[in-house]
Design a protein around this ligand. Structure first.
Ligand SMILES: NC(=O)c1ccc[n+]([C@@H]2O[C@H](COP(=O)([O-])OP(=O)(O)OC[C@H]3O[C@@H](n4cnc5c(N)ncnc54)[C@H](O)[C@@H]3O)[C@@H](O)[C@H]2O)c1
Length: 467
């Protein structure tokens, strides 16, 4: 059941009688039907009536109607109009291009554009690396999608994906001063996506792939990494893996366990699950058991794609078969990036002592977090209304800031792990079972991640050059 939140906020303009009790009647009516009042503004008044803007968080369109009906039902009250504040925020989009140079007179024009700009073009033609010094390439990232796996909405296409990509670009700027730009491609053909991204790469110093469905996303990322001389990062994979690894490191500190002694169950072997498993294996857990919609992944299973085959070969040392519930018995950690409501408190009870449960399926987790808490020592979700929110925004802005500052040409697991450690370290001595990751608004996160990624990237470049 959705709960009222700021993602669905309405402002209702009403005419009300100018009585002393009007404000109380209006706010009580909103509260009685479950609206969460966030603002009450009297915007007009005369002897006959007051005009009031009532702003409230609601749960759904039906809930918004309940609120307007409740207001309309009050004696002498008339609803004039309803505005959806989320839609108002999106009018005309969330981004704009703004020149960094003054264009006030003929001299300015001659330098910023022709004829002066021609010499800059020639300099880049002679030395392409100068593009990072003399153009927007220095600080610009493409946020590329084909619209095939957008949020929890599925394949809604590139146009409908644009508000998400604009939002992503806005987060890049806000948290790490990276100039990111949405590139929503009107194709879902792997070869065409690769060709197109390669063709537009000259403008960008990094490619952030976004909301591209598995398994296509694996091939697109791998091939672009081979072909481009700028880092390519699929946020749904690696952004998630970074934050999960950070959260796991701190969760294991809370329960005083060493990962080398832990059996970790990962439910979901799609974009997020595969990347989590790959990074997790770099930390040498006692074992990883991967589970997908067809049960436990093991080498004997038939009809596995190359991604599942790789996972089968690198996990499940004892060849366990069966269901998620079988996998959970005796496990130390559960990480879910799969589907809602897959198990309950009784399965958590079968896990090892002080289990860690990360139920990250959005919007409804694999287990109700309140149920998980009955037996788990640490619980995390992807939701903002519970403690320990696993949110990619803790990772991607700082990751790209670090990559751009290092002039990195690629990205590797060492950089992802450095980013994860940096996120985990920000928590420091504030650590407890309800605080294993920092707040997304903690200003220390992006610079710490950027510095960790930059120094790891610079070191990697130095080692490559030394070879
Ligand atoms: N920060 C976060 O909290 C965060 C980050 C990434 C993904 N997610 C969530 O994780 C989920 C998966 O995302 P994705 O991009 O990897 O999707 P995906 O479609 O690429 O992969 C989904 C995986 O879940 C498996 N699955 C589906 N139903 C299952 C079931 N009943 N039991 C076990 N496994 C099942 C599928 O077989 C597949 O392996 C989504 O709900 C997404 O919102 C959360």
């Amino acid at each position: 059941m959705p709960v009222p939140g700021p993602g669905y906020s309405i402002t209702v303009r009403v005419d009300a009688p100018p009585s002393a009790s009007a404000a109380g009647d209006l706010t009580t009516a909103v509260g009685k039907v479950g609206g969460v009042l966030t603002a009450f503004d009297v915007v007009g008044s005369d002897a006959e009536a007051i005009v009031v803007d009532i702003t409230a968080n609601v749960a759904s369109a039906d809930h918004a109607e309940d609120i307007t009906s409740a207001l309309n039902a009050l004696p002498g009250v008339k609803v004039r109009k309803i505005s959806d504040r989320t839609f108002l925020m999106h009018l005309g989009g969330k981004l704009e291009v703004s020149p960094k140079v003054a264009l006030k007179n003929r001299d300015d024009l001659s330098r910023a554009y022709t004829p002066g700009v021609a010499r800059v073009c020639q300099a880049i033609a002679a030395n392409p690396e100068d593009a990072r010094r003399l153009t927007i390439k220095r600080n610009t990232v493409a946020v590329v999608t084909d619209g095939s796996a957008v949020l929890g909405l599925g394949n809604i296409g590139p146009g409908a994906a644009l508000p998400v990509m604009e939002g992503k670009a806005a987060l890049f700027k806000k948290f790490a001063d990276v100039d990111a730009w949405p590139v929503c491609l009107d194709t879902q053909d792997t070869e065409e996506i690769i060709r197109t991204v390669r063709a537009l790469a000259p403008v960008y110093a990094g490619i952030n792939l976004e909301d591209i469905a598995a398994p296509r996303c694996f091939e697109i990322e791998a091939r672009l990494r081979e072909q481009l001389d700028i880092p390519v990062f699929h946020d749904d994979q690696h952004g998630t893996a970074i934050v999960v690894m950070a959260a796991l490191r701190n969760a294991l500190r809370v329960v005083e366990k060493n990962i080398e002694n832990c059996r970790v169950v990962v439910s979901g072997v799609g974009a997020a699950g595969s990347a989590i498993i790959r990074l997790l294996l770099r930390r040498d857990p006692a074992d990883v058991i991967a589970v997908d919609i067809d049960g436990i992944v093991h080498t004997g299973r038939e009809n596995m794609d190359p991604n599942l085959q790789w996972v089968a070969e690198h996990t499940n040392a004892d060849g366990m078969t069966g269901t998620l519930h079988d996998a959970l018995a005796g496990a130390d950690v559960f990480i879910g990036v799969s589907a809602p409501n897959l198990f309950g408190a009784e399965q958590v009870a079968t896990m090892n002592d002080d289990p860690v449960v990360f139920a990250l399926a959005n919007p409804d987790p694999e287990i109700d977090p309140l149920e998980a808490q009955q037996h788990a020592a640490v619980v995390a979700t992807g939701r903002s209304d519970y403690p320990n929110q696993i949110n990619n925004v803790l990772a991607f802005p700082g990751v790209f800031r670090g990559l751009l500052d290092a002039h990195a040409r690629d990205i590797d697991d060492e950089m992802l792990l450095a980013a994860a450690n940096a996120v985990a370290d920000v928590v420091d001595d504030r650590l407890n079972a309800s605080f294993i990751v920092p707040s997304v608004f903690d200003n220390a996160v992006a610079p710490a991640v950027a510095e960790a990624v930059k120094s790891t990237a610079v070191q990697a470049t130095g080692e490559k050059q030394a070879k």
